[in-house]
Design a protein around this ligand. Structure first.
Ligand code: ADP
Ligand code: MG
Length: 387
């Protein structure tokens, strides 16, 4: 895999820029198995990489110019000067890749320009991190071409800075680290405080199970504002409890912590989600490492209830996927990603895939909703050079 798509992307690069690319790189989207809204609380997450990926053909330039082109955007290459890149100056898709060059430059790396053509199979805006795929593929290409010697987690930090400061989206560190560091056949157990990580074998097919992603294809418009409110609420909770981040509240002390929050009902709910969600990540890791894979289904269901009832970021479409999947025999299901739309994941026996898929599609049709996009997610490789 990879060679064919690298060929197509390289071909288009030649047509656009009249020369061979120096190389072709790929970076995947991700889905998060468990650990939602914990990354900005210094907690645990457990994403794995999708086979869907952004692929970029790239060459260096020596005149300070950055040219960017996407196969998925109907326009000529955009031409920018590396020296002129400034946060907030770009409201289009090119802010993601140019933000990466800005972040590298800010970190003291001298870059003299690049020609870039990219194409991505990561669905955009579905909560599967098409934006991180775009950033990480560029960061890795720059790292190789300019021999910067940065590690995957360092590239992830720079990509996060690009998205936070240059694009202006207050995202945590999970998506970029997943895209940069995941390995095929594994989920990534990541401590977002220090970015220490462990690859956890996660081969559902070998055990007769499948993980489906159901993209609801809805995105409720208030999602960004609500994300900001949840972050602010979590910070308030940490401040009231006198800790740096909610990650520092031990699960064993949760009841006492909730007691101390008194009548701050909203904050109590947020704190309860974050602290129990960190515990759920640790439980899933333990279950997978002990070979009790089917038992993670129940933990996913608990996680969904917590996101729906305590964190309050689900929506009718996500709940419909989860309820329908469970009613038609799935082992577990939960919303994944930021919430208010996007995607859900469903853990199911291989023999049950068709029944669950049909039940979800029928339920969406009966509710008068646009047909959801359902696909199987196989834990795939993280960012790498293809050619
Ligand atoms: P998500 O990361 O969940 O897919 P985001 O809103 O964070 O959603 O990122 C989506 C944005 O990323 C798009 O609006 C677009 O600007 C950019 N993007 C994603 N894929 C591509 C692509 N193939 N070509 C150009 N821009 C893309
Ligand atoms: Mg994104």
């Amino acid at each position: 895999m990879g060679e064919a798509v690298a060929g197509t992307v390289g071909e288009r690069f030649r047509e656009l820029y009249g020369a061979e690319p120096e190389g072709v790189w790929a970076a995947p989207g991700r889905v998060n198995l468990i650990g939602e809204h914990t990354d900005y609380n210094d907690g645990f997450v457990m994403p794995f990489a999708l086979p869907h990926q952004a692929v970029a053909a790239v060459s260096r330039r020596d005149d300070g110019i950055l040219r960017l082109h996407s196969a998925d955007v109907d326009a000529d290459p955009v031409e920018l000067r590396v020296a002129d890149l400034a946060p907030g100056s770009d409201k289009s898709w090119t802010a993601y890749p140019s933000g990466v060059l800005w972040a590298l430059r800010e970190a003291g790396h001298e870059l003299t320009g690049a020609d870039v053509h990219l194409a991505s199979t990561v669905p955009s805006g579905a909560g599967l991190s098409s934006s991180a795929a775009l950033e990480v593929v560029l960061a890795l290409a720059m790292n190789d071409l300019y021999a910067l010697g940065l590690r995957g987690w360092q590239l992830a930090r720079l990509c996060q800075r690009a998205e936070n400061v240059y694009v202006g989206a207050p995202v945590g560190i999970m998506d970029q680290t997943a895209s940069a560091c995941c390995e095929a056949g594994h989920a990534l157990f990541l401590d977002t405080r220090d970015l220490s990580q462990r690859q956890i074998p996660f081969d559902l097919a070998a055990e007769g199970m499948r993980l489906l992603v159901v993209d609801t294809r809805v995105k409720h418009s208030h999602s960004e504002g609500e994300y900001g409110k949840r972050r602010a609420g979590c910070e308030k909770g940490a401040a009231l409890l006198g800790v740096d981040a909610l990650r520092d509240v031990p699960y064993a002390d949760l009841d006492a912590a909730l007691e101390r929050l008194g009548d701050e009902e909203e904050v109590r709910r947020l704190v309860r989600h974050v602290v129990t969600e960190d515990e759920r990540v640790e439980r899933v890791v333990a279950l997978l490492e002990s070979g009790d894979t089917r038992a993670i289904g129940a933990v996913l269901v608990e996680g969904h209830a917590s996101l729906r009832d305590d964190f309050r970021i689900s929506c009718p479409e996500l709940d419909l996927v989860v309820d329908t999947a469970l009613a038609s025999g799935a082992l577990g299901a939960r919303m994944t990603g930021g919430g208010f739309g996007g995607s859900a994941i469903v853990l199911v026996e291989a023999a049950g895939v068709d029944a669950v898929t049909k039940a979800v599609e029928d339920a969406f049709a009966a509710a008068g909703l646009k047909a959801p996009r359902v696909f199987e997610a196989v834990p795939s490789a993280g960012a790498r050079r293809l050619v």
